[in-house]
Design a protein around this ligand. Structure first.
Ligand code: NDP
Length: 240
């Protein structure tokens, strides 16, 4: 039986590339998304990957969503917590809503996504938890106190889960992408994008497929000893 993978935010951007890469590697994939029905439908039409709509910020919706995926496809072996948002503002102008929305989606959203799936992974003595963090969680970023806090927090989640899951055959790892050519980054003005690229020693943005390849690597049964790690995929922009 093919292993089952759930990818949150799996119908657009980096998540879509992850869903496709896992499907190509033989997994049965469920792609979650929040609200963009048109993009989800287009994605399913193009890939044949089933999509599921719920917000990762809502614990009950995550639990019900995971239950539905397992009823449709079988027990979830691999969970990729990829869904994420930005609500940027310099700290002195950041509103409490901007803070809370990002915390609810990027940090609590990881708890909400993994927590309902975790007991089954423990019982079956196998699991792969992969969290998409960010270079900005490693180094901080002007205008992203909220986002950087969540992405740094995600690394703490992964390192702790790795220790708790290790003797149950579960690994938990994080990927910290640098700047990747998704709609989010391509939407910034060309001049700003050029200044971003100028700071990347590789001289270009990363491609979503380059992050997806890291996920497929971490998801594999053979990656069992890689646990609690952070893979930095950023074109040599920042080292930890
Ligand atoms: P996109 O904005 O292109 O896609 C985001 C995806 O997440 C969409 O599928 C969206 O669903 C989904 N999503 C957003 N909020 C929720 C929610 N509450 N519940 C469920 N799904 C949700 O983002 P990227 O592909 O650029 O980013 C993916 C991840 O990678 C994020 O965690 C981001 O922080 C991280 N990252 C991105 C970098 C980049 O340069 N792009 C760099 C470093 C990290 P819908 O389609 O319905 O809107």
């Amino acid at each position: 039986m093919a292993r089952v993978a759930l990818v949150t935010g799996g119908s657009r951007g980096i998540g879509a590339a992850i869903s496709k890469a896992l499907k190509a590697a033989g997994y049965t994939v469920a792609a979650n998304y929040a609200g963009n029905d048109d993009a989800a439908k287009k994605f399913t039409d193009e890939t044949g990957i089933k999509t599921y709509k719920w917000s990762v910020a809502d614990y009950d919706a995550c639990a019900a969503g995971a239950q539905q995926v397992e009823a449709d496809l079988g027990p979830i072996d691999v969970v990729v917590a990829n869904a994420g948002i930005t609500r940027d503002a310099p700290f002195h102008k950041m509103t409490r809503d901007q803070w809370q929305e990002v915390i609810d989606t990027n940090l609590t959203g990881v708890f909400n996504t993994v927590h309902p799936i975790w007991p089954g992974m423990r019982e079956r003595k196998f699991g792969r938890v992969i969290v998409i963090s960010s270079i900005n969680g490693q180094k901080g970023q002007f205008g992203q106190v909220n986002y950087a806090a969540t992405k740094a927090g995600d690394l703490g989640i992964v390192k702790s889960l790795a220790q708790e899951g290790a003797r149950f055959g579960i690994t938990a790892n994080a990927i910290c992408p640098g700047y990747i050519a998704t709609e989010m980054v391509m939407a910034v003005p060309e001049k700003v994008r050029e200044s971003i690229i100028a700071q990347i020693p590789t001289g270009r943005l990363g491609e979503p497929e380059e992050i997806a390849r890291c996920v497929a690597f971490l998801a594999a049964d053979e990656a069992a000893f890689l646990n609690g790690s952070t893979i930095s995929a950023n074109g040599a922009q920042f080292f930890v």
